[in-house]
Design a protein around this ligand. Structure first.
Ligand code: SDX
Length: 378
């Protein structure tokens, strides 16, 4: 009998060959298609980065113009999707609303030839364009308001912030938000991307691929940690309480949200950039007491857990940026999804290019040859 090794969490197991992104977890390096994340954060836009990730190279200015134009003109959602979303309970989590809405897109754009470049382009554009509209629509409708129509004259990020508040955002705020989307767009074989690739490998439609990935992203060990970070900072409440709070967590063996990573054993490079973005926002719009608590947390966690390679991850400082932009806490993870749909789509395309259905094995540790016991004898 063949004996296979079981690795909890598939740690260290390669699930695919990929040329989309790369992480060096010892040096704290992240590259998209070979380009360092710091450079993209400084020079690129979210849509240009999305193009790079999905089509493998930076677009020419003509290609970018055309792509931006297509995304801009597909932002509206069908009234039936909007009406369906109106029926969602207002107490429901926006990630659940997004997962249901993304899956519902598949009802309207059913599976066609998955290898047809026109179908692929159409699905990419539609998902990138409508997911922000769906997130913003649920936010307004759960408060009893009509959704705000997207504005074609605004760029991708400015339009999303506008749809949330019906106010044109400050240009610095819109740029910072756009950089946040770049930072969250892709990250090798994380849990939601793995989920997307498994779903893609069955040759189902891209809406099902994205819906399954959204469901995976929502958990607190993955994208959902960004919400929990803000709740934790509120609970800590003061710099003086940081150390006792953390010591209590460590004693209870509770995980400290926003810290630790399967791959990074140093500070996540995205956390460094997000921290800088938070500071830029505070310089323009006023400081935030939770930022000082966060910095003290980083210091104490490093002192206590640095030897285990536990440092801030992408979810630690992102919430402080979003909160300063006036975004409600439970939209932080849907915003992660708005960005990460790019990575999921890039992996969907890559999976289809050399597909084999995922069908791993297991190590059975149950019983054999057990006789059936009649119900009255149990
Ligand atoms: C994301 O994978 C990706 O790329 C994900 C992501 C992306 O862009 O897609 O980067 C986004 O999901 C970021 C991670 C968000 N999650 C959190 O912030 C939740 C808190 N972090 C952890 O639960 C944890 O660090 C994980 C889930 C991120 C990683 O889990 P692992 O690799 O399975 O590590 P582990 O839980 O087995 O921990 C290993 C050791 C343990 O100590 P020992 O038992 O060996 O002594 O490190 C300790 C853990 O107790 N540890 C922590 C800790 N994280 C790890 N201890 C306290 N607090 C933490 N946060």
């Amino acid at each position: 009998m063949m004996v296979c090794e079981y690795k909890p969490g598939l740690e260290g197991i390669a699930a695919a060959q990929s040329s989309i992104s790369n992480v060096d977890g010892q040096k704290g390096i992240l590259e998209y298609r070979g380009i360092r994340i710091e450079e993209l954060a400084e020079k690129s836009t979210f849509l240009e980065t999305a193009y790079l990730l999905i089509w493998g190279q930076l677009p020419t200015s003509e290609e970018l113009k055309e792509f931006e134009h297509e995304v801009r003109h597909h932002r509206r959602i069908k009234y039936r999707i909007r009406d369906m979303m109106k029926c969602f309970p207002e107490s429901g989590h926006p990630m659940d609303a997004l997962q249901a809405s993304a899956a519902a897109l598949g009802l309207f754009y059913s599976r066609r030839d998955l290898h047809n470049p026109i179908y692929i382009r159409d699905a990419v554009v539609r998902l990138l364009a409508t997911i922000p509209t769906m997130v913003a629509a649920f936010q307004l409708m759960r408060k009893g308001n009509d959704p705000v129509r997207p504005r074609d004259d605004l760029d991708y990020s400015a339009n999303f912030l506008y749809m949330l508040s019906e106010k044109e955002p400050d240009p610095l705020a819109a740029r910072i938000f756009d950089v946040c989307l770049i930072l969250h767009a892709e990250h090798t074989m994380n849990a939601s991307t793995f989920s997307a690739r498994v779903t893609a490998s069955t040759l189902t439609d891209p809406y099902a691929v994205v819906a399954s990935a959204v469901g995976t992203l929502g958990g607190p060990l993955h994208g959902g940690a960004n919400e929990e970070v803000i709740q934790m900072l509120e609970e800590i409440g003061s710099i003086a309480n940081v150390r006792p709070y953390l010591e209590d967590c460590l004693e209870r063996k509770a995980k400290i949200m926003g810290f630790g990573h399967r791959v990074y054993k140093v500070k996540d490079p995205r956390a460094t950039i997000l921290q800088d973005l938070a500071q830029q926002l505070f310089a323009k719009f006023g400081s935030d007491k939770y930022y000082d608590i966060a910095v003290e947390m980083e210091r104490v966690v490093e002192e206590k857990l640095g030897h285990k390679g536990i440092y801030p991850n992408v979810d630690f400082y992102s919430g402080l940026v979003y909160a300063k932009l006036g975004i409600p806490t439970d939209l932080f993870t849907p915003i992660f999804a708005i960005a990460r749909v790019t990575g999921w789509l890039a992996h969907w395309k890559e999976q289809l290019a050399e597909n084999r259905i995922f069908r791993p094995t297991q190590v059975y540790n149950g019983l054999h040859e057990i006789a059936y016991t009649a119900i009255e004898e149990r």
